[in-house]
Structures are given as C-alpha cells and as structure tokens.
Design a protein around this ligand. Structure first.
Ligand SMILES: *Cc1c(COP(=O)(O)O)cnc(C)c1O
Length: 363
C-alpha cells in the first residue's frame, strides 16, 4: 500500500526516517532512553523556542493534544481563580468544555469563526469581566485556519499579572513564536503537528515560576503536570507512567529534521510556500477561500463549496485515488472543506494536488 499524502490538520504525513526511527524498543527506566532521548527532547523544545532554561521548562504528557490542554487548565486554574477564554472555533470551544467539566469559574467569549481574536477583543472582555486571573486562547484555530493575534493579546495581558495560556497545537514549530517576549506562561502543543512526529503525546512549555505554583492544584492524577514535571526533573527524563517510547524516539528524529530544515524559520518558509501554491492554484480553478488572506494561517485553508450541487465526498474520493487525503469543514456558518499543507509535504506535492483537483469553473 502506498502512503497517503495527508493534507489534514493532523496526524500528518511524516518522513520515512521518522517512521523508521520507531523500529527499536526502549526501556523506560534505562538512562539510554531517559537521558539519551527524553532529556535532549526537553532541551531542544526550549532551544527551538529560543527560551532560557532558567525561565522556562517543559512537561511531556501521554495522550493527544487535548490531554495537554486539559492538564494545563486543570492544574493551573485554582478554585479562587477566574478563567477567560477567547474563542473563535472548535478548539477554543473545547477549552470551554474542559472548564465546564472541571467546574472552573470561567467566561467564554465566542466570536464568529471568521473573526480573529484581537487585542481589542481581549481589552473589551477584560473590561466586562473584572477579576480575571487566567486568559486562554488558540493561536492557529485549526477549525478554519484563522491565525489569532497572540501578539496583540499579549500587549493587553502583559503587566497585569494574568496568566497567559496559548493553545499553539497547530502552529508551534511551524510559525515563529516569541514565547518569552509575548509573556506566554503556558504554551501547549503536540507531537504530530508542525514538529512532524507521530501522534501519542503532547507537551507544555511553561514558565518555571508559574509551573511551580501548580503544585497540588491538579484535579486529575494522570493529568497532573506538576507531578509529571517533578518526576521528569528528578528522574532525568523519567516518565511517571508508561511512556510512548516509540513515539518519543520518532519525535527525537523529527526534531533533528526540523533543525536540518533551518529550524522554525525554515519550516515556516516551506509551509508558507505550500500554502501560497495551494491557494493560487485553487483560485485559478475557481475556488474561493473562506477567510481573507490577512487572517489566513500558512497551516490549513478552508474553501467554500463552489455550488449548491457540490459533493464533498466525490471530491474526497477522487483525490484519495491519487493518494491525497483532504478534510471536511467543521464550521456552522458555511459549507466548507479544508486542505492542510503541513507535515512532510513540499511545494511539488501541492502542485500535484492542484493538477489532480477538478476545476469548478463553468466553461
Ligand atoms: C489538533 C489540535 C488540538 C488537539 O487535538 P487532539 O485531537 O486532541 O490532538 C488542539 N487545538 C488545536 C488548535 C489543534 O489544532
């Protein structure tokens, strides 16, 4: 069976070398694994974010990305705290759902899915809801592909003492983020997005001082990021419970490949080129993007159904026969489908996709 080219929001197409890195078995309490693989991964995550290890640290956590988002909210927002979530899509809404499960004192400001989260949105929400101690938002809202302005929101949050949490699941590693400069306290991402690993764990980049304050706050043992961190620190990279060893070894390889590509900047350039080829090609075939270019991320793009009679499943099957897997839309206001351009995919793949794409012009 030939491998698909996954043009989805993750899991993504990975390189053969990343997949091959999973061919060996590892012992979770041996130092070859903990000191040789896990610790270098933790250090490299800080290095690619340009962070000082005295100020920031990392926690790796089993599960998909949502587990790490939930763990972060559940271990940071105390009973006496108040959480503000600025949402404009499914992943922002999911943080609201987590807050409900945990019965956190929270407010969710839900914008239409085509409107970006901006500094003004943050300013107005904070003015309307005094007493906020934590602010959470999504960087690239993968629901539509919209890029929210963490820079603008950061200017509003900075100096207020509010803990700033960013779901950068689908952007970290693919879009440069000045974590310390933006005053981000907790940044959450996962193995199988822009770092191009395989799925199985998430990670949290945390301001040390804020993570230390999480001791004893978590309501879940498995998702206690303080405890997980403490065990990793004391055990030189030892996980509390079974570690996804093969996934971790693949991630180690993926980080090396990120470095070889020129780091986050290099990857950002490739993703941007991929996305430009995609959008220019789709427009030349008569398709329209959901978002204006100014709000669009270089990660995933939503396209409107070209007509009433358009059948997504037909397009899906047609492209799948040529190895390309695209994704349905998931917004309420418009009929859309999505095409991602992250993962081990290159401008040439995007050109081939455009060649395989049927025109929707009525000639
Ligand atoms: C992928 C993604 C997640 C996590 O999704 P999982 O299915 O739990 O891995 C969270 N937020 C955003 C913005 C994402 O793109």
């Amino acid at each position: 069976m030939k491998n698909y080219i996954l043009l989805t929001p993750g899991p993504l197409t990975t390189s053969e070398s990343v997949r091959k890195a999973m061919m060996l078995d590892w012992c979770t309490w041996d130092k070859d694994y903990n000191e040789g693989i896990v610790t270098p991964i933790r250090n490299e995550l800080l290095a690619i974010a340009g962070l000082d290890p005295d100020l920031y640290t990392t926690v790796l956590l089993q599960g998909s990305g949502t587990y790490s988002v939930e763990a972060t909210l559940g271990a940071t927002v105390k009973e006496t705290d108040k959480l503000l979530i600025l949402a404009n899509g499914a992943y922002g809404d999911r943080m609201g759902e987590i807050a409900r499960y945990y019965k956190l004192d929270h407010i969710i400001v839900s914008l239409p899915e085509t409107e970006p989260v901006t500094g003004q949105v943050a300013t107005e929400a904070l003015a309307a809801h005094p007493g906020v101690t934590h602010l959470a938002m999504v960087h690239c809202e993968t629901t539509t592909g919209i890029l929210n302005s963490i820079e603008e929101v950061s200017r509003v949050v900075k100096g207020t003492g509010i803990t700033f949490m960013v779901d950068a699941m689908s952007s970290f590693g693919g879009i440069p983020i000045d974590v310390n400069g933006l005053g981000i306290d907790f940044l959450v991402s996962s193995a199988n997005k822009c770092i191009q690993g395989v799925p199985g764990f998430g990670f949290i980049i945390a301001r040390r001082e804020k993570l230390l304050a999480c001791k004893g706050v978590a309501r879940s043992l498995s998702l206690d990021i303080y405890d997980q961190w403490d065990a990793m620190e004391k055990g030189n990279g030892k996980w509390r419970f079974t570690s996804p060893t093969h996934v971790i070894r693949a991630f180690y390889q993926a980080l090396q490949e990120l470095r070889e590509e020129g780091g986050v900047e290099g990857r950002y350039k490739r993703y941007s080129r991929n996305q430009r080829i995609l959008v220019e090609g789709m427009r030349s075939l008569g398709y329209t993007t959901l978002l204006p270019d100014e709000f669009q991320s270089p990660i995933i793009t939503s396209f409107l159904y070209p007509s009433e009679s358009f059948c997504f499943q037909e397009l899906y099957e047609h492209l799948k026969q040529q190895q390309f897997v695209i994704y349905p839309g998931k917004i309420s206001g418009a009929d859309t489908f999505r095409i991602g351009n992250i993962g081990d995919v290159y401008p040439g793949d995007m050109e081939e996709l455009i060649d395989a794409m049927p025109s929707c012009r009525h000639e």
